[in-house]
Design a protein around this ligand. Structure first.
Ligand code: C5J
Length: 231
């Protein structure tokens, strides 16, 4: 039976049906909002239109502000590798035969290498002191990171997922989270892809079959619930 100390359940309008969550057990995870993906000259610029990813920036900013005000755990991730690339699978390095590959020198430093200018999170979404920043060598945020440990230590059950790209790292993280028993909600306008068709279909895949991988809602719906629940 719920006691007075049990945090209140709030209802978030979402697809395919409303998601019930508690602020105290919900985290916002911002995936790979790094210069290398969002700015010209980085990994994302290998033949792709980085400008398409910018649409996610303002919604992510609004989500971040609402999550911080509501006291949610906020976690940032960065995809990348150490300078010696010892943590990068040869298979990963061999793929992506664009003009710039992981570890190559570009205008923002070595591509997807920790410590380089391009590897860091864009200033608009800079992590606040105390917010975990996880460096991940893979696409999913659980693979070879402390994410599961951090979520367990905070008693988190629900993940609000935003960032880039929709069909790669956002999807991989949502799938990993779903398999680990987290309720995952992907924020439709706070994720983006170089390929609009992949973005659309990736969101459809999450909610298909009655929410086979989780929920989707837009940032206005998420921010509204976070703001009201916090009032
Ligand atoms: C990619 C990512 N697309 N963050 N990384 O290689 O989605």
């Amino acid at each position: 039976m719920a006691s007075d100390l049990t945090p209140a359940l709030v209802e978030l309008p979402a697809t395919p049906y409303p998601l019930h969550l508690r602020l105290a057990t919900t985290a916002l995870i911002l995936i790979d909002m790094q210069r290398d993906f969002l700015e010209p000259g980085g990994f994302g610029a290998t033949g792709q239109r980085v400008s398409l990813l910018r649409s996610a920036v303002a919604p992510c900013q609004r989500l971040l502000a609402a999550a911080r005000s509501a006291g949610l755990l906020v976690i940032h991730t960065r995809e990348g590798h150490g300078p010696d690339l010892a943590d990068a699978h040869p298979a990963k390095l061999a793929r992506g035969k664009g003009p710039l590959r992981i570890g190559d020198h570009g205008p923002m430093g070595r591509i997807l290498i920790q410590g380089e200018h391009g590897h860091d999170i864009i200033p608009e979404l800079a992590p606040a002191p105390g917010e975990p920043v996880l460096d991940k060598p893979g696409k999913g945020a659980f693979y070879n990171t402390d994410l599961a440990l951090i979520l367990a230590n905070h008693g988190i059950h629900t993940l609000i997922v935003a960032g880039v790209t929709t069909e790669v790292c956002v999807h991989a993280t949502t799938r990993e989270g779903n398999d680990r028993g987290y309720e995952c909600l992907v924020v439709s306008d706070a994720v983006a892809s170089y390929f609009p068709e992949f973005h659309r279909v990736a969101l459809e895949m999450i909610v298909a079959q009655g929410g086979i991988l989780g929920w989707v809602a837009d940032s206005a719906a998420v921010c509204s619930v976070l703001t009201q629940a916090n009032a």
